[in-house]
Design a protein around this ligand. Structure first.
Ligand code: ATP
Length: 461
């Protein structure tokens, strides 16, 4: 092997993803739109597989949990209650010389080693800019404007009038859909605590400095879980989900040495928080970045919604016959960052005898295609197609007839397809096909009749 995620540049990997059809630049034929990305056919397949695996782990495998799908645009009072309208802002600073715009905390973090900026006020950040003589990365000047609050929620208008009474927001997180539906879910599912309400969907933040490909964008997909339980069980569920989330990122194939927990310091925590831990991934070139967070939120969110909506959100505990507002632990995944981490982690370039190959060593279940079917010669296309038609009923599969078999294998390696099935002239007589494994490159003859069971045993090994 000559290269893997530890000695490959982030740019080399993203170039591969752009050229092979995982991701495209958003609105590319119009010159693009800053930091917007579209998932191509391969990216969508991978994304859907990852969503399925997350649902299996976080919804189906935990009997307490259910999945809902709330609306993106919610009553604006939701965001008033949560404090987003007043407080969901980033510290914005402009360079007075070249007028480039930055997030003050990130600007400082990128220029001063090991500095703590989380939880600092705008005045404190301003002092740090001066103390460390922070420079504009574009022009080198140290002359910045005062730090301003920049509201990160996207605003739009509901209906035909454009006035403040019709102002609504694109949700900046999916979590609130779970909180505002707590009562509905309890009533309609007739469950007792604990209960987990999960949801998957788009969230929108008008980030000041998006970038690093899909790591920080203005629209992204979150997979969140609000887990409600009896007050006092906070530590138990926080620790349970910390371990459960770490197991998940290991199970989907992220290398252990590239994953770590980062506990938030007291200064970073919101006043109501009983603890927050992030799981971080060590991205090539970029270094450690947050993949997801697990937050112990107490009763804060339901209390705020109860106060603001006037609805009674207490839970009547049938065991003690007492009423209380449940407490919550929230494991929150960013799907796009998880995808990016998986693609970086699985990328490698291998030196072969007379050749080299790019391989995406993705988990077999997550790879865009599980199987590629190829006739050795175009004369065998019809027979190979029959095999493909049968397989595609059960797996994401691709039929490839162009180029030499060697070239076709390389193409599949580079997009992570674990199994390549070749129908050759011997297949006509012995009813067997050659199955080639992406990782070992070993080939096996397999009876066509047993092909589906064979594939199943390899993919779900
Ligand atoms: P960051 O500190 O990187 O801005 P955050 O702590 O604000 O992230 P959360 O509000 O905890 O993020 O959201 C949960 C997850 O959503 C994050 O761990 C991340 O994976 C994802 N996420 C948040 N903001 C973005 C973004 N702008 N682009 C892509 N993913 C994001």
């Amino acid at each position: 092997m000559v290269k893997n995620s530890s000695n490959t540049s982030f740019q080399e990997i993203t170039t591969h993803l752009l050229s092979s059809g995982f991701i495209y630049q958003g609105s590319e034929i119009y010159g693009g739109l800053a930091n917007s990305w579209d998932y191509g056919p391969l990216g969508v397949l991978l994304k859907n597989h990852l969503i399925d695996i997350w649902i299996k782990k976080f919804v189906r495998s935990i009997d307490y949990n259910v999945l809902i799908d709330p609306a993106i645009i919610m009553n604006p009072n939701v965001w008033k209650a949560t404090g987003h309208i007043d407080n969901f802002n980033d510290p914005l600073v402009d360079c007075k010389k070249c007028h480039c715009r930055y997030r003050a905390d990130e600007l400082i973090k990128n220029q001063v080693k090991d500095i703590e900026v989380e939880g600092k006020s705008n005045d404190e950040l301003h002092d740090l800019l001066i103390k460390h003589n922070i420079k504009c990365p574009n022009c080198g000047s140290s002359n910045f404007t005062d730090i301003k609050k920049f509201q990160m929620m996207f605003k739009t208008f509901l209906g035909v009038t454009e006035d403040t009474s019709s102002t609504v927001y694109l949700r900046p997180e999916t979590a609130q859909g779970c909180f505002v539906n707590f009562k509905n879910v309890m009533r309609t599912t007739r469950r007792k605590l604990p209960i987990g309400i999960c949801d998957i969907g788009k969230a929108f933040r008008n980030e000041i400095t998006p970038g690093n490909f899909t790591f920080r964008t203005r629209e992204f997909t979150q997979m969140e879980l609000e887990f409600f339980f009896k007050p006092g069980e906070d530590k138990k569920w926080f620790n349970f989900y910390k371990e459960y989330c770490m197991n998940f990122v290991n199970e989907i194939g992220l290398k252990k040495e590239n994953i770590r927990f980062r506990d938030h310091s007291k200064k970073e925590l919101a006043f109501y928080s009983k603890g927050t831990t992030d799981i971080e991934y060590k991205f090539p070139t970029l270094g450690w970045g947050e993949l997801m967070g697990i937050a112990s939120r107490g009763s804060y969110d339901l209390e705020r919604h109860q106060k603001s909506s006037g609805e009674d959100l207490n839970y009547l505990d049938p065991e003690t016959n007492t009423k209380y507002i449940p407490h919550v632990v929230e494991p929150s995944f960013g799907l796009d960052r998880l995808i990016l981490a998986l693609l970086c982690d699985s990328y490698k370039v291998e030196e072969l005898e007379n050749d080299s190959r790019i391989v995406l060593a993705l988990d077999y279940r997550i790879a865009p295609y599980q199987v590629a079917v190829m006739p050795l010669s175009t004369k065998l296309t019809d027979a190979a197609k029959k095999i493909f038609d049968n397989i595609k009923e059960y797996y994401d599969a691709i039929f490839d007839t162009t180029g030499s078999i060697g070239k076709r294998y390389r193409r599949e390696d580079a997009i992570g397809t674990p199994l390549c099935i070749t129908y050759d002239f011997d297949s006509e007589n012995d009813n067997k096909v050659t199955v080639r494994n992406r990782d070992s490159m070993e080939q096996e003859r397999v009876n066509i009749e047993n092909l589906n069971e064979y594939i199943h045993s390899k993919i779900f090994k």
